[in-house]
Each structure stands twice: as C-alpha cells, then as structure tokens.
Design a binder for this molecule. Structure first.
Ligand code: LLP
Length: 447
C-alpha cells in the first residue's frame, strides 16, 4: 500500500521518523514518500503494459512540481485541466505532446497557449468548444488533434460530486450525439477529431464500470469507422481507487485484468491507449501531519482540536470522505494492525477530530475511535497525498502548509510554508482604483 509504517510505536515515512520532519518543518505539513509514488506508477505501468499506454498523470490530484517531476522521470505524460497545469507540466520537464487537456471550460487564452505549446490532444467536451478550438487554431494557422469526450451514462458508484460519466452531469456528450458531432466536425482540418475520451468519476472501486463503458465506446468506434471516421486514440480516463482503508481497492493488476483484454488487439493494431490516473498514484503516497492544539471533553466524547482542518484537508467535510487518522507515536498496544474505520483495540477513546476553522463543518473525523491524545501530540492523516494540498485554502487567513518529500532517510522541502506576507502579497491597497475603459468585452483570461 505505501511506505508509512510504525516501528517501535513510531510512525516512519520510508526510513525517517515523521516526528523528525515535524520538528524540522513544523505542522501542518504534507509528507510524501517518493518510493510509494514510484511504486504505484510502476505497478500501473506494468499492469497495463500489454496496451503500451501513455500514462498521463492527473496533475490535479497533487500538483507540486517535485511530484510531477518524479512521475515525469518515470515516463509519465500529464492530464491537464487548465493553463496553470500546462505551466506546471512544462516546468516539470514534460513534453506538451505527451499531455491531454480536458475540462468543460477552456478559455481562449488557455487554448491559444496549448496550441502554441503543442499539447498532444484536446479532450473536447462540447460542440461549441470544438468550434472555438478549431477557429482559434485556424486563426493561428495551426492544426491540433482532438478526442471527443463521450458520456457513456454508466454509474461508477462513487460520490455524487465526483461522478462524471452519468448523463445528468456536465461532462462530455452522449453516445448518440457523438455520432452527429463526428458527422459535423469529423473532417475539420484545423482540429482533427480522431480520438475518444471517457472519464467516469473517481474513486471507482471496481473494474466493472470501465468494462461497461469501454464496451459502449468500442461499439461507437466501430460505427464511426463504418462511416469513415478512423479513431486512432482512446483515452479511458482515471479514477482508479486508493486504499483509504487497508486493502480497500483493487490492485492495478486487477483493473488491468479486466480492461486489457478488451483493448489488447486494437492496441496491437495501432490504437493509442491513454490512461489518466491521479489518486491511485498519489493518495497513499502522502500523509498530512497535524499537531493537537487542545483537547476538550464534551459528554461521552472528546474534541481533538488540531492546527489544520478543512483548510488543509477538505475531503471529510466536502464529501464525507473517510481518512484514517492516528497518533504518530503510540504504545505497543495501539500500533494499528490495519487502517480501518472500526478499530477494535483496548483503551481507545471516542473523538471528533476537528480543525481551527470557524465552522462546525470543519472536521476531519466524527465519533472516531483513537488512542487518547494530548496537547502537543502529532497526528497523521493517511491517504492525504491526493486532493489534499491541491484543495487546500487560505480560509480564515491560514497560510498554506509546507510539503516535503522523503526519499529513504533524506527529506526535501518541496514547498515552503506560506508566511503572513504571502497571504497578502496579491492584494492592493484601496486608493489604486482605475477607470475601467468601455468598449468590446474583454476575454476571460486565466490567470
Ligand atoms: N481525468 C479526468 C478528466 C478527471 O477529471 C480526473 C479527476 C482524473 C482524470 C483523475 O482522477 P483520479 O485518478 O485522481 O481519481 N476532489 C475529488 C476528486 C475529483 C476528481 C476530479 N477529476 C476527491 O477528493 O475525491
């Protein structure tokens, strides 16, 4: 699962006690294990190797440059959803030609930047987006490749907010409409529509939704071929699970065992397969270290008040997501035999593990059984590598935390903790107001 282990009651990341990291870099702090990152990437690459896929790491799951660079060194391309992510991919040394660019709201500026950079594939989400990309490419005298994102209307059995392949969601076009999109735009010279893309949601804890959706898409591909549209790329998206509890998710090999046979022959005949994993690589590769500031008994439970909450780990309050949380130093009877919601060990107490933010919704765990903790103790929030730092905020003017990466016994600071000056660095004093010129509407630019 990962390289976070208890040795003599002390939590280690690889060969380094995390308490030493907290001493050096303070808390809250995201700690990543390089070996875990590389392991998870390698497992995927090996499992899907019969398809010789391009693995486009989904930057949004954990976008620190050092993480992107580590995965780029393993051979990854990148899955992008903004100009900002393209910027990161390039800084990490990734060839834009090995990147796919998805997202329902690409701005003209982002499209231009991506065309200039030579992004491998635009994953297109609507007809009007297609027309816009084609027009911009024509004006720039460029051509680009595009895949149409198809919404297969398959239930990935995950949280409603992260379900993307059902017809009521904003993503892609349905299979019937996909055919008319090809009829209308399939011979465009500037935006060459020759791929199909699906991304069903995340996390998905079985191969079955992939199997069902790939079946639908392959049938579409054959119908398109009959009408003279050759599809040379199929992107099956990301969404593979992570072990938030021990042994909760299928291994990469288990997903591959069901997916590879569906695509193997086509891949051998030249169909380029892309996968876009994020969480399955990064989630278990990171823990979030927090310090207990105070404990407060209340009825038959205790509030454990930490120095970070929804501002550094939004998933519990936003999705009701489970993260295993445990003290970094424990007595021998409290070394966790596994990570699970229900822990049956002697002497546990019931706690609401909460943050410092002024909201009742600021919690990391409710009614959780944990070993007793006290002021100053360190807690680890496991499975925090994906959608942890990337969804953090400065709410309540809390500076963003530090990120470090451990490699064996050594540790590198990969993002320094923000300062109070960082908090206000982008703000301007009142008194610098300018007259806004009237005229044609300006374009939406990000940034
Ligand atoms: N490809 C596309 C087009 C995506 O939208 C996503 C994730 C991925 C790939 C990668 O999915 P992954 O392999 O990481 O599951 N904030 C939520 C997850 C949102 C996922 C958004 N899209 C969470 O914390 O669970």
């Amino acid at each position: 699962m990962d390289h976070f282990t208890y040795q003599s009651g002390e939590l280690y990341c690889e060969s380094l006690p995390v308490a030493e990291i907290a001493r050096e870099f303070a808390t809250p702090c995201f700690v990543y294990s390089k070996a875990t990152l590389v392991d998870h990437y390698t497992r995927l690459a090996e499992a899907f190797s019969p398809l010789n896929p391009l693995i486009c790491y989904s930057i949004k799951s954990c976008s620190n440059l050092a993480i992107c660079r580590t995965l780029a060194e393993c051979g990854a391309g990148m899955d992008l959803v903004s100009g900002g992510e393209l910027h990161r991919a390039r800084l990490a040394g990734v060839d834009p030609a090995r990147c796919v660019y998805a997202g329902v709201g690409k701005t003209d500026t982002e499209i231009r930047e991506s065309l200039e950079a030579g992004v491998g594939w635009f994953n297109i989400e609507s007809e009007s987006e297609f027309e816009n990309i084609s027009a911009i490419a024509a004006a720039m005298n460029r051509t680009c490749r595009a895949a149409l994102r198809v919404n297969p209307d398959v239930d990935p059995h995950t949280h409603r907010y992260t379900t993307t392949g059902k017809k009521e969601t904003k993503f892609g076009v349905d299979i019937e409409r996909a055919k008319t999109v090809f009829e209308r735009y399939g011979r465009d010279e500037h935006c060459v529509l020759s791929g199909l893309h699906i991304h069903l949601g995340s996390p998905i804890y079985s191969a079955e939704p992939y199997v069902q959706s790939i079946g639908k898409v392959l049938q579409l591909m054959d119908e398109l071929a009959d009408r003279g549209y050759r599809i040379e790329m199929l992107d099956i998206g990301g969404g593979f699970g992570a072990d938030y509890e021990s042994d909760q998710t299928p291994l990469a090999s288990a997903y591959a065992a069901e997916i590879v046979p569906l695509l193997e022959e086509r891949a051998r005949n030249g169909l380029r397969i892309i996968i876009e994993p994020g969480r399955t690589i990064t989630a278990n590769a990171g823990v979030l270290l927090l310090k207990v500031l105070y404990t407060k008994p209340s009825g038959d439970k205790t509030f454990v008040i930490c120095d970070g909450g929804m501002n550094v780990m939004l998933r519990p309050s936003h999705y009701g997501a489970f993260h295993f949380i445990w003290p970094c130093r424990v007595s021998s009877e409290h070394v966790p035999p596994r990570r699970a919601e229900q822990m049956d060990l002697p002497g546990l107490v019931t706690a609401d593990i909460v943050g410092p933010i002024c909201e009742t919704g600021d919690f990391l765990a409710i009614d959780r059984r944990i070993p007793p903790v006290d002021r100053g103790d360190l807690l680890a929030v496991f499975g925090a590598g994906a959608y942890g730092m990337t969804m953090s905020s400065r709410y309540n003017s809390m500076p963003l935390p530090a990120e470090v990466m451990v490699d064996g016994r050594s540790v590198a600071l990969i993002r320094r903790r923000e300062t109070y000056d960082d908090l206000t660095a982008h703000e301007l004093d009142v008194g610098t107001a300018v007259d806004v010129p009237t005229g044609p509407t300006t374009q939406s630019v990000r940034p």
